[in-house]
Write a protein that binds this ligand. Structure first.
Ligand SMILES: Cc1ncc(COP(=O)(O)O)c(C=O)c1O
Length: 390
């Protein structure tokens, strides 16, 4: 069994206050206030700007007005508002899978779904082998850990390493392979055809987390895997909290797994259903997302410009080819200095350090949105160019 990156011994994390009241003003899409200063936010996951979308906000208000501020119980008691089935059917159609279930946030989903799928919740203990990309999100690590199965963390995106580990396990044993499709800290992509091939060859369940791909990729904006016809062993998860500008998460799966999840997934069974305001904004966002190809094109233009410009300055952006761009400085003090330099000039970025990323790969994580104008991006690049990296 692999060791997880341990949580912090140094208690450096701090909750800081941000004023978000400017962001819904018509022309101030990416503005926040921090310590009284207006800043362009390069650290949100609101890639399409949906969290400020007027129609989405209006639907959210409509639903809270009609159904109240909470549904006041879990879905298995009386919380299962009839509208939820409609939302789930829309998601299944877009993902091209038999059924879908929505529940609380993505952390709750991954950390309780993986134990449920591997038959290891509610006192049962089955034998499963879990294979998980080394850079998968913490919520996946929690899920693997809580499942109390043997799990192996293969080198990031290294399908040869994954296969070498799969080969060691008896072919008829139960297995699950887990990967993000677009990685949240590196902005690089899994080879979907390759990982699918391995999961079929080794008779494994394939579990793909599309948290950061939903909204930005796929023909109808429903993720990189949405264009594929799924088989019974393929499971897709995602969140509504990034591009879709809301909160909560979903899993799309076969009818077989649907039953297992409804009967075993603690995060669904023992947690209060999402509130109507959130369900309303989810409904509005998933019905709007296929219509915003223009925003997806704008994101692509924007991130291509930023990646090209950062590379020209000589900065290491890893293998990112997406709206998530790391500036890998490999040194926390340097990250802190660049963070301060940008803050003074009106930009908010987030520096990321271990255990969120591996030691030695400390970075600034940029996230690029559709609502950032070319002039903002140019000013940002000029400001970075003026920083003394050596
Ligand atoms: C890949 C991935 N999965 C799951 C989550 C958790 O989602 P949520 O923020 O809805 O809890 C995140 C959040 O950053 C993520 O990056």
């Amino acid at each position: 069994m692999n060791k997880l990156i341990s949580n912090n011994k140094n208690l450096f994390r701090k909750l800081e206050n941000f004023d978000h009241s400017l962001r819904t003003l018509p022309k101030n899409q990416d503005l926040i206030k921090f310590n009284g200063k207006k800043l362009i936010n390069f650290a949100s996951n609101d890639y399409l700007g949906f969290s400020k979308d007027r129609e989405i906000i209006k639907t959210s208000i409509k639903w809270i007005t009609k159904y109240g501020s909470s549904l006041s119980s879990s879905r298995l008691i009386t919380g299962n508002l009839d509208k939820i089935r409609m939302i789930e059917e829309i998601i299944s159609k877009k993902i091209k899978h038999e059924s879908s279930i929505i529940l609380g946030n993505g952390f709750l989903l991954n950390s309780t779904l993986i134990p449920a799928l591997t038959g290891n919740s509610l006192g049962n203990r089955k034998k499963y082998y879990i294979f998980s990309d080394k850079l998968n999100h913490a919520s996946i690590n929690y899920g693997c850990f809580l499942s109390r199965q043997d799990f192996f963390r293969y080198n990031h995106l290294d399908l040869n390493h994954l296969e070498s580990q799969l080969k060691k396990i008896p072919i008829n044993s139960q297995k699950i392979i887990i990967s993000e499709t677009l990685f949240s800290m590196d902005g690089d992509f899994v080879d979907i055809d390759g990982i699918r091939f391995l999961s079929k060859k080794y008779k494994s369940i394939l579990y793909l987390d599309e948290a950061h791909a939903i909204g930005v990729y796929g023909k109808n904006g429903f993720g990189l895997f949405s264009n594929y016809k799924k088989n019974i062993n393929e499971i897709v998860v995602g969140t509504f909290s990034k591009s879709l500008g809301s909160y909560g998460s979903f899993v799309s799966c076969s009818k077989h797994f649907y039953k297992i999840i409804v009967n075993n997934c603690g995060g669904l069974i023992y947690s209060t259903v999402l509130p109507p305001s959130v369900l309303g904004s989810i409904f509005a966002a998933i019905t709007k997302v296929d219509k915003v190809t223009n925003l997806r094109n704008k994101i692509k233009d924007n991130y291509e410009y930023i990646i090209k410009s950062l590379k020209k300055i000589g900065l290491d952006t890893g293998n990112s080819n997406s709206q998530i761009i790391p500036i890998i400085l490999k040194n926390h003090q340097k990250c802190k200095m660049l963070y301060r330099h940008l803050l003074v000039k009106g930009f908010y970025v987030k520096e990321v350090r271990p255990p969120t990323v591996p030691r030695g790969l400390e970075r600034i994580r940029l996230s690029i949105t559709a609502t950032m104008t070319k002039s903002i991006l140019k000013k940002f690049i000029n400001t970075i160019s003026a920083f003394k990296f050596k």
